[in-house]
Design a binder for this molecule. Structure first.
Ligand code: FES
Length: 67
C-alpha cells in the first residue's frame, strides 16, 4: 500500500527503513524518500515508527533527581 503518494513509497519500504534504524520522519525521507515533499504522509510515518518502535527512550534525568 502506498503511504507517501508524492514519492510513491509503499509501507514495506518504510518498514524496511525503520527496521534499518530510521526513528524520525526526516530519517525516513533520507533513507527511502517518504515524507520528503508535501508532508501529508507524516502522521502515517509517525504511526509506523510507533508501531515498530513503540517505546522511545526518555530524556536522561539529571543525577540530582536520583538523590
Ligand atoms: S505524501 Fe508523502 S511527502 Fe507528500
Amino acid at each position: 500500500m502506498v503511504i507517501c503518494h508524492c514519492r510513491a513509497v509503499n509501507d514495506q519500504a518504510i518498514r524496511t527503513a525503520i527496521v534499518a534504524g530510521a526513528r524520525e520522519p526526516a530519517e525516513l525521507a533520507r533513507m527511502c524518500g517518504a515524507g520528503g515533499r508535501c508532508g501529508g504522509c507524516l502522521p502515517a510515518l509517525e504511526a509506523l515508527i510507533e508501531e515498530i518502535v513503540p517505546r522511545r527512550r526518555e530524556p536522561a534525568r539529571s543525577s540530582a533527581s536520583a538523590a
